[in-house]
Structure formats: C-alpha cells, structure tokens
Write a protein that binds this ligand. Structure first.
Ligand code: UDH
Length: 287
C-alpha cells in the first residue's frame, strides 16, 4: 500500500528504535546512569479514574481498608514518575481505596526519612478517614499482583524479597523499604522516631518499637513479595550516619516521647498533582 514518504520514514525509524532496544537489551526502567523517557504523561493518560491529587477507589464496592501511601521524598523525580506509572494500575487492579502522599523535605539539611513518614501520617489523617498506612520508599515496586497493598492484623514488612538482595532477607529484623501499619498500631508505637538524620537505623528502630509495644511483625511469602529496586547512588544529604546505630536499642525508652507525640514541622506548600499530592515541609535540621 502507498503510505507516503513521511510515514515510510517514521515506520523505518520506529522499527530501527525497536531493533536497537531489543539488540542492546535497553530497559525503560530507570537506573542511575541513564533515563530514556519520562513516563508521567503516559501515567496520567492511562489512569483517568484517579482523581486529581492521587486518590482512587473501586467503583462497584466499598473497600474495607482506606489506605494512605506515604512516600518520603527529595530530588527523586524520575523514580517518582516511574513509581506512579507502575503503581497506580497495580493498586487499582487490587481494588484499593487509596491516596498517594509524597512528603518532600524542604532545604538542604540531612534527610530524615522517618520524620517525613510521621508528617505523611499527620497530614493524611486530616484528609480522609484512612485506617491503613503504607510507608514506601519511592524506588521499590512489587513484582506480583498477589502482593496485597493492605494492612494486616500485625504490622507488615513488605520489602523482604528485593532483587538487590537476590530476593533473600539480608537480616532477620529488617523492617525497611515498605511497611504497612493499621492506624491503631501506628499510634501504639507512636510512629517512627523523629531523630534519625541521614541514612540508616530508623527502620531498625521502628522494629524495636513494634517489639516494645508487645506486637510482632508479619511478612507475606517471599515468592509473592518479590520486588524490584530502582538502582541509585547514595543521595547527597543522606550520607550514612553511624550515630544512628547507637540509638536503635534505646527505642523502648524513647518511644513515648519521640514520635507522633513530639512531631513538629512547618508546611511550605501543598500541591495537588494529577496523580499524587505533594506536601513540602520544613522539618528542621539535626541538633
Ligand atoms: N529519599 C529521597 N531523597 C533522598 C534520600 C532518600 O527521596 O535524597 C527517599 C526515597 O523515597 C528513597 C528512600 O528515601 O527510596 C530511602 O532512601 P534510599 O533509597 O537511599 O535507601 P536505600 O535504598 O535503603 O539505601 C534500602 C532499605 C534496605 C536497607 C535497610 C537497612 N536498615
């Protein structure tokens, strides 16, 4: 058929691009060294049922759990866009009643992942009657739809089978990456500690809080919990903080006074994006 010279050229280009992708095993998943496309426009196009600000719920039933997904964030736009692209369809297929909260740390001071989680909780409960909170890094995506983004009777660790650890648990008490808490349990442990600045320790401390509160954790079978981590270098401002290690085992004595009960922050801005709500906050700096 006569498809005209311009169409012939673009058809040839498309075939060539596909050939290059296959031949050189190029992946569209981001790595720290390259990024080919920004999937946010596609994500917006593919998720018309998500309301402005990133909330979605099933059309034909009422979900038992209302889930706030809290993402600690600074300077990880590319990862966020891939996460949204992948996770909105995933969560909708699971018929979740969920909202996405991206909690951005303002300024240059040391990153404090745990405090941002507490801010996310405090802001989400003002928005909607959430009863389940999933605290997730921006760079982890589940690989199996059977891995339910729901809370359980116990606090749930959801990132124990990661590709970067060959899908094995690196140590028994690991409680990082993604965790799910009912509202009741998150209040019972007084949330995360606010005092872990820089990389490391805050997740282990949360594990100790869970124990100190007389709770235990659960994990789904590692087969269905397999997850992929987007490759990245250690971020500037989030260098490993060895002082954090010493604080982990004082979790019990600090639990009641350091956490949701002592949380202080200033909201710099609320922005409703098409697929998520971003809250930029000043959480101070380490003493
Ligand atoms: N983050 C940012 N910007 C930063 C630093 C961190 O957005 O500058 C957020 C982001 O959501 C990220 C999360 O904080 O996914 C965790 O930081 P990270 O990706 O550097 O952590 P890492 O991948 O940790 O190294 C994986 C957890 C498993 C080890 C737990 C040991 N206790």
């Amino acid at each position: 058929c006569n498809i005209g010279p311009i169409k012939k050229v673009s058809l040839r280009t498309a075939i060539l691009v596909i050939f290059i992708f296959i031949k050189f095993n190029i992946s569209l998943i981001p790595s720290d060294s390259y990024c080919i496309i920004d999937p946010i426009e596609e994500a917006i196009f593919q998720n018309p049922d998500v309301s402005f600000g990133g909330h979605s719920k099933p059309k034909n039933c009422t979900a038992l759990q209302r889930i706030a997904i809290i993402i600690p964030f600074r300077n990880r736009e590319t990862h966020l866009h891939y996460w949204l692209f992948y996770m909105h369809p995933f969560l909708q297929k699971q018929q979740g009643d969920y909202g996405i909260y991206v909690i951005e740390q303002h300024g240059e001071s040391k990153f404090n992942r745990a405090k941002l989680m507490n801010v996310g909780y405090a802001e989400a409960v003002k928005d909607y009657d959430y009863n389940c909170f999933i605290f997730s890094d921006v760079d982890i995506i589940p690989l199996d739809l059977q891995n339910l983004y729901r809370c359980s009777k116990k606090p749930k660790h959801m990132a124990h089978s990661l590709d970067k650890f060959n899908f094995r648990l690196p140590y028994k008490n690991l409680f990082g990456g993604i965790v799910a808490f009912t509202k009741e349990h998150y209040l019972k442990v007084n949330g995360f500690s606010n005092t872990f600045w820089g990389w490391g320790g805050e997740d282990d401390e949360l594990f100790q809080r869970v124990k100190a509160a007389g709770l235990s954790i659960e994990r789904a079978s590692s087969n269905i919990s397999r997850a992929r981590v987007f490759k990245h270098k250690r971020d500037r401002g989030n260098e490993r903080n060895l002082q954090n290690v010493h604080m982990i085992y004082k979790a019990k004595s600090r639990m009641n006074d350091d956490g949701l009960s002592s949380l202080k922050y200033t909201v710099i801005s609320f922005t409703k994006h098409r697929l998520y709500k971003k809250i930029t906050v000043d959480i101070g700096s380490p003493p």
